[in-house]
Design a binder for this molecule. Sequence first.
Ligand code: PEP
Ligand code: MG
Length: 599
Amino acid sequence: MTNSGRIELKGVGISSGVAIGHVRLFHVSPLNVGESTVIEKNIDTEVERFRDAVAKTRQQIEELGKRVGERGEDEALTEVLTMHLLLLEDKMIYDRTITLIRNERYGAEYALSCVLKEVAERYAGLPDLFRERFKDVEDICRRIMDNLRGVHTQSLEHLEEESIIVAKDLAPSDTASMRRDKVLGFATEVGGKTSHTAILARALEIPAVVGVRGISNLVSENDLAIIDSEAGFVIIHPTSDDLREYREKQDLYNVRQSRLFEQSVFEPITLDGHVIELMANIEFASEVDTVTKYGAHGVGLYRTEYLFLNRRIAPSEDEQYEDYLKVAEKLAPEPVIIRTFDLGGDKFVHPLDAVTELNPFLGCRAIRFCLENQPLFRTQLRAILRAGKSKNIQILYPLISGCSELKAANDLLESLKDDLAREGVEFNRDISVGAMIEVPSAVIQARDLASDLDFFSIGTNDLIQYTLAVDRGNEKIAHLYQPLHPAVLRMIHSIVEVGRDYGIPVDVCGEMAGDPVCAVVLMSLGIERLSMAPHVIPTIRNIIRSVHIDQLTQFGSELLRMTTVENAKQFVVEQLSRLVPDHEDLSKGFNEFPVSAGK
Ligand code: PEP
Ligand code: MG
């Protein structure tokens, strides 16, 4: 442990709670290495060094396989490990690296990185789903590379001690593989409040701060650290006063949570008798118990793309059917809104795609990806239609940008219904279909879309990023990501009006719905259904129970007249204490939000 002094770093708090513990640095070693050669007489030694690294990798994978087997865990993981053992012998990797060392006199690390590039080129010509397998090749090469360099390969899945993770960046898959009992909290240099890593941190209820510049160079392995996820602070080498203060804060947080939790039995009704529906966003079927625990009125957003986590091939129709049916049956008769795969953007993007797509958030993502990969989309739609027999399932298409996309998806859905009917398979022909409204063009064409839809679900995370041209995951411009921007507020309100005119429900399932201040603003604009991370439901329910819709509506119509984000924020700050008196969560929530007051 280092003895240097106290350091306090500011970032963006993305979940709730406080974590105190020792740091584990998580880093992914680079696979690109500079050119290096060896002299003639050292070639045999270099080949031997490579062989030793492969042998060590084999031993590590076998040991890991044994541990996984003993714990009786995760068959899929065992399968992957077996595949990795086979890859170690693959001529394309093993023999080719040795050939490059011998013929070109390359250093082992450089030879291996050249081989990886060659393999990447081969995979680049294959269909997307095959290219997913390249991840295994990359994984295995990383392990060999780490052994050549003499560093330890890390995986958050197999963390043995309770730790605070510090990393430059974490992919959503790194976050999802975290074990809640081992990862006390995490801090990263990169990321924003609505990045998918942040969404997962909230789903897993892990205290976390992102956008902490320079943190990975300021901490050392095993340093003591505090993560204050609510205020967005990280303290390294805390003093004894810090430790006392934050332990108290942890206790207070736990007391507050259990108090809110006890109130889960109450209905989310305003003081003047309006019911606001509160639904849950989930990423995994296993979260279904959390949905009930926090008293959500069903699932407003099931992000099914997380089925691709830790997988090399798409889940089969039957696997998906069982997964969807399990969630639906557990929650029946409450609604379960299943969003079709929103792959791409920052989610499960293949390293090769990241190279070929300069701007993945504007690339082949979500509905575009599904319409281009019809077999994958058909399989999912069939599974949803079949699971729809439980009657509470609804379909939601992500990233609809116009009527042609909606028509293409709906036509496919209709043809699949006919197929299922012909095959005599049970399904729901009358399944409700909704579209995510998260692209400005969809807002402008909402009336054209409405006639072919049963509901709208506003995805504010993307709607804000595409409307304001601010990358939702980029901490450098987090201050420009403005949920209270007049353009955003007016867009939301215009969708509410279209919904009313066409008699279709409008919900918000972006992170704004679970933010105390924004939830009040959304209600003031006429939103009556909010979907959010399950654990924030008690806080939002509590706020709903202390407001009058009549007052909020009046406030909303004045808010819509603001022409700058600064005026809008100031107006919200001024009015909050009147609209929601004595609400500590609310004022705190506002300061926490990335658009913090007064900026
Ligand atoms: C959104 O964009 O608001 C949304 C809910 O979808 P995701 O965060 O998965 O992109
Ligand atoms: Mg979205």
